[in-house]
Structures are given as C-alpha cells and as structure tokens.
Design a protein around this ligand. Structure first.
Ligand code: DGT
Ligand code: CA
Ligand code: CA
Ligand code: ZN
Length: 595
C-alpha cells in the first residue's frame, strides 16, 4: 500500500468518525475531500510531506490537512485520528458501508442499542430489537439484512466492461416495453468509471405498472429488493459476459430503476448520473445564481418553502435536458465523464474531448505467433473495416514464455512475414512491432539491433509487479529513456479488482516521457484501463503523448476501444495528444523519428 493510499484511508475514516461523533458538516466534508484529493494525486506525497508549501498548493488541502499529512509521514499516525478511534469503535465505522444505513441510523444503533459491529447488528436484527428504533420498520430491516448478506458475499465492485453490456441489454429491454418513452442508464456507469457499484436506470413511461413488472419480473432477476411506486431495485445474475470474469462469475449486480416525469428528464438524468460531489457543486452554483436545483428541475429560489417547488406547480427555469440546465447555470454542457468535481466547474468552452471516431490506428496487437487468436491478415481486415490506416503487430518478446514470446530468430522471420502481408494488403499499413518486456532491472528483452529493425516498440512490464514504488519508478524510467521505445504499454500492470500493480511516481514518468517523446498507453481492455483516469489527467496537463490501444488478442478485443476512450475522457484527453488519432504521415513520421 502506498503512502497516498494509507493517508487517504485515514482521512476517510476521520471523516466517518467525525460524522458519527456529531462534528459539524464543514469538518466532515473537509476530511472527505482531502481523502479524495490525496487518493487521486498521481505523485507519491511521502517525499514532500514536510513541504507545507507544496502540500497546501494542492486544491482541497489546507493548512490543517497539510500538517496532518506531515504528522503521518513523521510518526506513522495522526493524533486526531487516534483520538477519534478511542471514541468510535472500528465496527461502528464499518456499519457505514452497509447500503441503506446512514450515519444517523448508525449513531442511533450505537448509542441506543450498543450495536458496535456488523455482528452485533445482525444480532439485533435476529432478536427483533432493532424495531424499537424510531422510523425502523420491517421493510427497512429486511433491506439492511439483504445489504449485509450482499456485502459479505461480494464486497467488490464490478469492472466497467462487465457492467456495461448488462446495462445496455437492460436499457434495450426496457425501451421496448410498451408505454416507455425514454430510457437511459446513469450513475458511475454513464460517467465511465473503471468499476461500478450498481447500475442506475431511468425511464419515462405512460404505463408505470407494466415497466415495474418488466423490470422486476425478468428472468435475469435473482431477487427483487424493492418494488415501489417510482423506484425498484433488483439483483441481476451475472451469466453471459460475467461468466468470463473468473472468480466473480457467481456474483450478482444490483440494478435500480427510477421512473421519472417526462418534464424533468434532464434534471433526473443529471441528478442520478452524479457524481454526488459534482451534484453538490451544481447546487452551490444554482444557489449562487439565486436558483434551486433538484432532481425535478432548476427552479427560482424559494428555499425552505414547503412543499418543494415541483409539487406547487412552480415552473422550472430548465428541466427537460441536461444541456438546458447547464446553460441556465451559465455553463457549457459538461460531459458525464468529467463530472467528478475535479475542476470541471471552471470549464468555459467545449473541451473537445477525444471520441472513438477520432481513432485511426491500433498500435498494440497480438497474433497466433504469440498468444493471439488471429492471423496477421485477419486482424488487419478488422482494423481496416474500422477505418484505421495503420495496424501494428506487436507480439510478445522472449521472456514472456507463457505467452509464447518470440526468440530473436522467430521475431526476424515474423518481421519478414508482416512486411510480406503488408504488401498484399493495400487498404491498411501493417507495421512490424513488438511488445517487449521491460525486465525487472529496466532493460529490454531484445538487443538494440533487433529493436531498431522494428517499426514500433511497445515496452511493457509483465513480471515483478510487486516491486516497491522507488524500484518501479527506476525500472520504468529506464525504459522511457531508451531511444528505440515509442510506447510504454499498461505502465502499472494493474488488473482491476484483482492486482494493484506497480505504484511508480507517475509524475516523474510523465516528465520523462515528455522529455524523451514517448507515449504512455491507456490499455483499453476493461480488466486493465491502465493508465487510469487520474494518471491520464496528470499526463494531459504535462502535454505527454498518450496511446489508446486495445491490446488485441481476439476479434472482440477491438470493441474494448470505448472503455479506453472513456478513461481518456475522464483524464480530459483531447485528440491532439493521442497518437492513435493522427493521420498516417504524422504518425509514421513520429515512429520513424526514433529510428
Ligand atoms: P456506484 O454505484 O457506487 O458506482 O456510484 P454512483 O455514482 O453510480 O452512485 P449511486 O449508484 O449511489 O447513485 C447514483 C447517483 O445518484 C450518484 O452519482 C449521485 C446521485 N445520488 C445518489 N445519492 C445521492 C445523495 O445522497 N446526494 C446526492 N447529491 N446525489 C446522490
Ligand atoms: Ca450506481
Ligand atoms: Ca444506485
Ligand atoms: Zn502486455
């Protein structure tokens, strides 16, 4: 675990414990915000923990927070945290993770019933004494019980690439239910996060009962959690694409359906897309403009008036589309991928984010020569159909024995074969490349003569992924500085929800990549998405070249492009910095400049 992850976790816990001990909202939020900023920061803060000036220069880190970070670096603890932990048992903090249990209820359970752990919570559910609490009914208890069971059976989040097809099928299905006028998914999935907690679907319908029945009664539903007037929650089984997700194949995913009024479609979509942090910012902006924003629309401000404006027939300033609401707030449309409270409130114009249509080349692909499923010409056929002008064949290098990596003589023959097929394939340029292992000491897996014979060199770490951050930094820097390397493939080697991968000083890598004219890859496979969004953001700010590649092994892998694009967008990436968007001459010119 890195310094940032450790400190971030402590701040998260402080925020929760402050909330449970009744501290004011400002302090609770300040700690939560600091936790997020620290977690997202691309650079290990350990080495600058004593430099208060650099720390407090970061947005969301004030004097008090900066001092606590220094304290942690020095002593390995934060006194305020330890004092709070004296007052709030660990198990009480853990109870906050149970869906449907807010801080208010947790506080009541703890103070009124002495419940200080999930086990104790199960106890008061079993003996029924939980029902003594105010506003606690059988239905709520049932939900809490379900959430605990779900937490214990899964706990982890679902990768984007597993959740997306399930959500799309769900939206297709709901769209075809008679009476349904509008249907879309929202939440973290629409924002393109790399993992998903649950799937949020919104509909407008003229026949709500029919929609509820279609949603709750479908064969993929393993359990109906709630079936209310405007909100239904179900648990969906994960067969189909989920079956490929190894150990998680028997998992389920929760899906929420919300039936919303046609007139407030945009406001509802905005609200349920989140993020929660972005929504908070939007409501602040509305208030500062003398307006009130909720999931029904943007209304003239009459805060405190009861019932809320939508129930009094107040006409909203905007509600029907998201764009109209942003416009009424004096903002350009903010794409869902940017809605994370990472500075998007200050965007003045369309930021011109990259889209899948901008991509013209795939520069990381495997064939049957190593561990791919396709022949060179098959892969080239797919790339050409996608409108690409270039495909680089980059099979594995000799050290990747399990992936049938090529020994130097096999690679030489392979280069000849690639050039031959390229001549027979006029519609697309096929380049001879390699995905060369970056060995543990940072050297590359072929000698320079052989590397120089290749059109494209993607250098990637595959083994030794548990190395310490400092060693990882050194190793990757050495590869970036190598004059024959074009792209660093999946730089950290993480596998989502399975393996954390390396934790190098990303800003040092980025600075070196800029200096040596190397592109850092966003590996578009949903199991990797490496670089991740926050790394991409740091790279973009530094003007570092980015490659978005599918790491093609089989024909379907080209479809992962969209996940890489979403990650790029979340890093505020524009086409200009992405080498895969360049026209043929520019791309090939850059590749040749390293030969
Ligand atoms: P997830 O499901 O954990 O991956 O993350 P989200 O962002 O999809 O969160 P979720 O499913 O709990 O709620 C969907 C959106 O609804 C969320 O992004 C913002 C909105 N929302 C939900 N609860 C609240 C809330 O208490 N306050 C505010 N402002 N927004 C909320
Ligand atoms: Ca969600
Ligand atoms: Ca949800
Ligand atoms: Zn690889």
């Amino acid at each position: 675990m890195s310094f940032n992850a450790d400190v971030s976790r402590i701040f998260e816990r402080m925020s929760a414990m402050l909330e449970l001990t009744g501290a004011d909202r400002f302090r609770v939020n300040a700690h939560a915000k600091a936790a997020r900023v620290i977690k997202d920061h691309p650079r290990d803060l350990g080495p600058i923990a004593h430099d208060q000036k650099s720390l407090t220069a970061l947005e969301g880190i004030g004097k008090a927070t900066g001092a606590k970070i220094a304290e942690f670096a020095e002593t390995g603890a934060i006194a305020e945290h330890d004092a709070l932990a004296e007052k709030v048992p660990e198990g009480v903090v853990r109870m906050l993770d149970v869906q449907g249990l807010g801080p208010k209820t947790v506080k009541l359970l703890w103070h009124e019933k002495g419940v200080d752990s999930i086990a104790a919570l199960k106890g008061v559910i079993e003996d029924g004494s939980i029902l003594d609490l105010p506003r606690m009914g059988a239905k709520t208890v049932e939900n809490i019980k379900e959430s605990i069971a779900f937490m214990e059976s899964s706990g982890s989040r679902l990768p984007l690439g597993i959740a997306m097809p399930i959500a799309e099928a769900l939206v297709d299905r709901m769209s075809s239910v008679p009476g349904v006028v509008d249907c879309a998914f929202a939440g973290s999935l629409r924002r393109g996060r790399d993992t998903i907690g649950d799937i949020d679907v919104l509909i407008v319908t003229e026949d709500p009962e029919r929609a509820r029945e279609a949603f709750c009664g479908h064969q993929s539903v393993v359990k109906v959690l709630a079936r209310g007037e405007t909100k239904c929650s179900v648990r969906l089984g994960l067969d189909g694409p989920g079956g490929r997700f190894g150990s998680q194949a028997d998992q389920a995913v929760q899906a929420d359906l919300r039936i919303v009024p046609a007139a407030s479609w945009g406001a509802a979509l905005m609200y349920f897309t989140g993020s929660k942090e972005h929504n908070v910012r939007l409501r602040e902006r509305a208030l500062s403009e003398g307006l009130t924003l909720n999931e029904y629309g943007l209304f003239p401000d009459d805060r405190g008036a009861e019932p809320p404006p939508q129930q009094r027939g107040v006409k909203p300033e905007a509600a029907k589309t998201e764009a109209s609401i942003y416009q009424a707030l004096g903002m350009p449309m903010i794409e869902p991928t940017l809605r994370e409270d990472r500075g998007e409130m200050s965007i003045a114009d369309d930021p011109g984010l990259i889209t899948a249509d901008d991509i013209r080349a795939e520069l990381h692909s495997h064939t049957v020569a190593s561990d791919g499923e396709m022949e060179i010409h098959e892969s080239a056929g797919i790339a050409e159909k996608r409108g690409f002008h270039t495909l680089a064949i980059t099979d594995h290098s000799q050290s990747s024995a399990v992936a049938n990596g090529l020994k130097p003589d096999r690679l030489r023959a392979h280069i000849g074969r690639i050039r031959e097929i390229d001549r027979e394939t006029p519609g697309i340029r096929i380049l001879a490349g390699s995905e060369v292992d970056i060995l543990v000491d940072g050297s590359l897996d072929y000698d320079d003569d052989l590397l120089a014979a290749l059109d494209v060199v993607v250098a990637s770490p595959h083994a030794g992924l548990k190395a310490k951050p400092a060693q990882a930094t050194k190793r990757l820097l050495k590869a970036i500085e190598h004059p024959l390397v074009h792209i660093i493939g999946h730089p950290t080697g993480r596998l989502i929800e399975r393996r954390p991968g390396l934790e190098p000083a990303m800003d040092e890598l980025i600075a070196a990549a800029v200096e040596h004219d190397v592109a850092l890859e966003i590996n578009a496979h949903w199991m990797r998405l490496d670089l991740r969004d926050t790394h991409v953001r740091a790279a973009v700010e530094a003007g570092c070249k980015i490659a978005i590649d599918c790491d093609v092994h089989g024909p379907d892998d080209y479809d992962n492009l969209r996940f890489g694009i979403l990650t790029g967008q979340r890093g505020w990436l524009t086409p200009e910095l992405c080498v895969n968007t360049w026209d043929r001459d520019r791309l090939h010119g850059w590749l040749r400049s390293k030969r």
